[in-house]
Design a protein around this ligand. Structure first.
Ligand SMILES: Nc1ncnc2c1ncn2[C@@H]1O[C@H](COP(=O)(O)OP(=O)(O)O)[C@@H](O)[C@H]1O
Ligand SMILES: [Mg+2]
Length: 262
């Protein structure tokens, strides 16, 4: 018997308004969302609708104007080591080698050297970079840098990965490899993933659920359970059922883009 899902992340009637010199911008309006432990939830929506805002709230970089954001039932008060963030732009240091980059987080946490090396070795193996440990980021391809970035995010064993269009700058083939890499990491480790993307195919390939947001101020327009088994085979994307679901989501999104943003 499957155990009951445990809610890992919960947004309850969240509003977020930004106040700037140019006036106020309502980014999120009554947004509610529950993400269970070990689930991968992908967020798609028109650009500027509030996807990054939602992710930044869970990361604790910003606070809601109203409503609540909870992780493990506890209100988020700021960033924490339990939640790692991966952006489109890599957060790796160009002047450090691959392994020095991976050692940085554990070292900053104050771990002694003899504990750091096994962590680094494991991270290298996890993302297939063992042979490249001594190289500098400049010597790596875009895909390899992204793998370092993913391993860097995972160095402190966060329970939650928050990913904001992480593969958006990669070419199609590299992107596909990274999607598989991420799913492999997720299968091996206990991870809950919130994944923002504008790529519907990516969302359907990676996600247990795909959440479609409305134009700004965003709320949840649709929350779809992806009905496919999670085989690590990109050919899954070419099946009729997959393409049908993709087209349906495209239609929903293009309809919502056509409406004027409030
Ligand atoms: N720090 C901020 N200050 C002012 N406005 C912001 C800030 N962050 C986001 N916004 C505005 O909130 C809206 C949603 O932004 P964002 O969440 O980045 O959208 P998305 O990630 O879906 O493209 C946009 O109109 C954006 O300009
Ligand atoms: Mg964004």
């Amino acid at each position: 018997m499957k155990p009951d899902p445990i809610i890992k992340i919960e947004l309850n009637a969240v509003h977020k308004t930004f106040h700037t010199a140019q006036g106020s911008v309502a980014a999120l309006d009554e947004t509610s969302l529950k993400i269970n432990t070990n689930e991968i939830v992908c967020i798609v929506g028109p650009s500027g609708c509030g996807k990054s805002t939602l992710l930044n709230l869970v990361a604790g970089f910003i606070a809601p104007s109203a409503g609540s954001v909870r992780v493990d039932g506890v209100p988020v008060r700021g960033p924490g080591a339990d939640r790692a963030v991966v952006f489109q732009q890599d957060s790796i240091f160009p002047w450090l080698t691959v392994q020095q980059n991976l050692a940085y987080g554990p070292r900053a946490r104050g771990l002694p050297n003899h504990e750091i090396q096994p962590i680094v070795d494991r991270l290298l193996a996890l993302v297939g970079l063992t042979e490249y440990a001594e190289l500098f980021p400049l010597q790596l391809s875009g895909g390899m840098k992204k793998r370092v970035d993913l391993a860097r995010a995972y160095a402190n064993k966060p329970a939650v990965l928050l990913m904001d269009e992480p593969f958006g700058a990669l070419d199609v083939l590299t992107k596909e490899k990274m999607q598989l890499e991420l799913l492999r990491l997720w299968q091996e480790e206990a991870l809950t993933i919130l994944f923002v993307t504008h790529d519907i195919e990516e969302a359907l390939f990676i996600g247990d659920r795909v959440v479609v947001m409305t134009p700004r101020p965003a709320r949840v327009a649709e929350d779809i359970a992806v009905p496919f088994t999670r085989e690590l085979d990109p050919r899954r994307k070419t099946t009729a059922a997959f393409q049908q679901l993709r087209q349906g989501l495209m239609d929903t999104l293009s309809q919502s883009e056509a409406e004027p943003a409030a």
